[in-house]
Ligand binder design. Sequence first.
Ligand code: ATP
Length: 513
Amino acid sequence: MTQEELFKKLIAHCKEYGFIFPSSEIYDGLSAVYDYGQLGVELKNNIKTYWWDSMTKLHDNIVGIDAAIFMHPKVWEASGHVGAFNDPLIDNKDSKKRYRADVLIEEWIAKQDEKIEKECAKAAKRFGESFNKEMFVQTNGRVLEIAARRDEVNRRMAEALNANDLVELRQIILDCEIVCPISGSRNWTEVRQFNLMFSTQMGSVAEGANTVYLRPETAQGIFVNFLNVQKTGRMKIPFGIAQIGKAFRNEIVARQFIFRMREFEQMEMQFFVRPGEEMEWWKRWKETRMSWHRALGFGDDKYRFHDHEKLAHYANAATDVEFNFPFGFKEVEGIHSRTDFDLGRHQQFSGKKIQYFDPETGESYVPYVVETSIGVDRMVLQVLSAAYKEEQLENGETRTVLSIPAPLAPVKVAVLPLVKKDGLQEIAMDLVHKLKFDHNVQYDEKDSIGKRYRRQDAIGTPFCVTVDHQTKEDGTVTIRERDTMKQWRVSIDELESIVADKVGMRQLFEKLV
Ligand code: ATP
């Protein structure tokens, strides 16, 4: 199965089992907007808890807030979003499709990396055991030529984006002979800037309504509350403020399912530090955040850092955590050193002093900020794409299983009476009532036990518990583990603690401290 096929199957699976639906589907959907179904919302909530608790419980100097989506319009002038939250877009005149100019170039760059990998694979075949990839990449003429061209284009793009040089961006697309994937032609329009913020009106038009924006990031809600939280929480630098909430961007190219949506959710933490100490904190947060991802156990090779060549107007260092999605390595999280830009600008635009008096140094200053910013939906996609598997079983059947880490799984335990008689249902229901105070539990008595196991595998339930006739005699049940399909008997009394140990967030948190 190719990665593309796998991705299509995953999307269909998400719909079939109630994880994710297209928005307003009965009206044919709304582009790049999705709804979470009964299982999707549980997975998403568990991801949010994993993030929230790892920030606020595991760090005694991080607290959370929940700011409103609407903010004073001046916030977005101060932050630079009104003037500069733009994407450069370009249209293909033949297909009438619209693209982000920088994304077209980035995809071209990624193709050069693929070409180099192909050259390496060919050479590895030719040289066999004696092949030294590092040496080959440094000396082979063809590889050096591709790499030099790639680096040159990368440099030109970074410069053009920094200088907002749209003519040069178009020229790069022409020079690289990039074609539209739909029409195959190079018939491109000029490159234009497009602001990504959604706006609406607050108050009645008769009164002279104000234009307000749907926030394109949650970070600004934290910055404008810096003094409130610092003072009321008696916070001492270094400290952080965390927030989870919706953000909205009028993305030009919205595709790849929930990877790029117009309404999405972010989990952001702004960490306030002394000026001059930001680089050290930025490095620490890079490591901390990478450990958080890796603790999920999908494999360390699924992640990499991508340090930015082009820095946003506010940043002096930036990296992305990229995950290997079915469509390649892509950003799930950004870790940015934002300097004193945001607080400084709010100080300037609001006319209010936003400073911190440092009792240790006896000085007042505008704190520097290190931000970690991750998309909830991209995390959901990360978990689902790493977890989705089709397995060939020994009896020749295949099973679809979602190997979601147990603490994140939507349903933790399924309780299944072997047959619908002899009092087994009642015992099973008693068990459900016992477990439901702590866990999300499903009861299922329909179809054969094999079919019921498959249904639970498909939604990622880590444990199935079967009540049978022996249960009546000795108070034991069969517990079946999702990934290994191993089954063993345990007493009902032990069951609660066995399940709790395996599905609790604690096991993830213990890897982080
Ligand atoms: P991209 O380059 O993919 O557009 P970005 O660099 O603009 O992302 P940030 O502004 O750094 O993203 O936002 C932080 C995080 O928010 C991203 O790492 C991503 O996980 C998430 N995010 C941003 N835009 C979207 C979107 N349109 N849909 C879903 N998640 C998003």
